[in-house]
Design a protein around this ligand. Structure first.
Ligand code: PEP
Ligand code: MN
Length: 361
């Protein structure tokens, strides 16, 4: 099946959109006060106009805090009224979707644990049929691009054109500094397949801590991702979920101020410089080809001379000297020894092949 999505560009449906899109808010709603205080602080930042929050939390063990449930949707109405921010909530089944729609939630998102299950995605898609609401689809926990695309397709096929993919990193069995390995090649490939699909990055769930947040956020922007979703909490230390990775609204402000947003003119300058360097490489490569041809021509002449003088092709002593000399010269020039050995072995092999041809003429 040919991958195709029918997508509306962000700027067509988010009137305030100015890249990068920044979405922020707590991992979980815990109390009306926590929600409102966090939202009020965030809403002061000019670049943050969407407030995210988990109302139902997918937890590993049943005795962990599983979210406040529907009461949180009531609190969110207050957040919206008082701050004017748009609200975004995670949904994992059809009942969540219905409750969010009833409570005027502006944007839905589907979490990494739900995206792994096509039954859940299908169930969610069916209640979204005919509904005009933006949906964000996180990547599945495992690095399976097809599964991610499948979820985007199921949601898109029921008529949701306001779609955003969220890259939140992948489960990785080896030890890594990240909670979820970024594996940037996956979202890059997604963007290559669907150039019109906005892809934002969730550095909070990639990092699992505060320390790496800026680095990953900057990397996301440098890779031309369309925005960031960052978890904030008015008092992260006492957060009931993801306490280690949430930052305060003040820390968010600081992070945003440190981001380097490269504009198009930087890109043009960069492209020009790149073109200039590539043209030089082309020239050097042609020179290299000429030099190789010259060398092999000399090899042929020696071959003919050897044949006429009845001398064997392979003269080990000479070859040993050549290799030693070239290694020394190459290393002096900063070239890697293994690379030099491989290169000259290859040249030597071709020289012997040519001289053999001459001998057998
Ligand atoms: C979240 O955003 O709080 C969340 C649960 O994320 P994920 O689905 O990426 O684990
Ligand atoms: Mn979280």
């Amino acid at each position: 099946m040919k991958a195709q999505l029918n997508i509306l560009p962000l700027k067509n449906w988010l009137k305030f959109y100015e890249p990068p899109l920044i979405i922020s808010g707590p991992c979980s709603a815990e109390s009306e006060e926590q929600l409102l205080n966090t939202a009020k602080e965030i809403s002061r930042l000019t670049n943050v106009k969407i407030f995210r929050v988990g109302i139902w939390k997918p937890r590993t063990r049943p005795d962990y805090f599983e979210g406040v449930g529907n009461i949180g949707l009531e609190w969110l109405k207050v957040v919206k009224d008082e701050t004017g921010m748009k609200t975004a909530v995670e949904v994992a089944n059809s009942r969540h979707v219905e409750d969010c729609l009833e409570h005027g939630v502006d944007i839905l998102w589907i979490g990494a644990r739900t995206v792994v299950n096509p039954f859940s995605i299908q169930e969610i898609s069916e209640v979204l049929k005919g509904v005009d609401i933006p949906v964000m689809v996180k990547n599945p926990v495992n690095p399976d691009l097809e599964l991610w695309i499948g979820a985007l397709e199921r949601i898109n096929f029921v008529g949701i054109k306001k779609l955003i993919a969220v890259h939140r990193g992948f489960y990785f069995f080896e030890k890594s500094p990240f909670r979820n390995a970024p594996m940037w090649e996956v979202p890059i490939e997604l963007k290559r397949i669907f150039p019109e699909l906005p892809v934002i990055v969730d550095p909070s769930h990639i990092c699992g801590n505060k320390e790496l947040l800026l680095q990953i956020s900057q990397k996301a922007l440098d890779l031309e991702m369309d925005g960031l979703m960052i978890e904030t909490h008015i008092n992260p230390e006492i957060a009931l979920t993801d306490a280690k990775q949430q930052i305060t609204p003040a820390e968010l402000k600081d992070l945003i101020s440190k981001l380097i947003i490269r504009n198009e003119s930087d890109n043009i300058e960069f492209e020009n410089k790149l073109e200039e360097l590539r043209a030089k490489i082309d020239e050097v490569d042609y020179e290299l080809i000429n030099i190789l041809a010259k060398r092999l021509e000399l090899v042929k002449q020696i071959g003919e001379y050897k044949r006429n003088s009845n001398i064997t092709i392979l003269q080990l002593k000479r070859w040993r000297n050549v290799i030693q000399d070239r290694l020394k010269k190459g290393v002096e020039k900063g070239l890697n020894k293994k690379f030099l050995i491989d290169l000259f072995e290859l040249v030597h092999e071709e020289s012997i092949r040519l001289q053999n041809e001459i001998m057998n003429k």
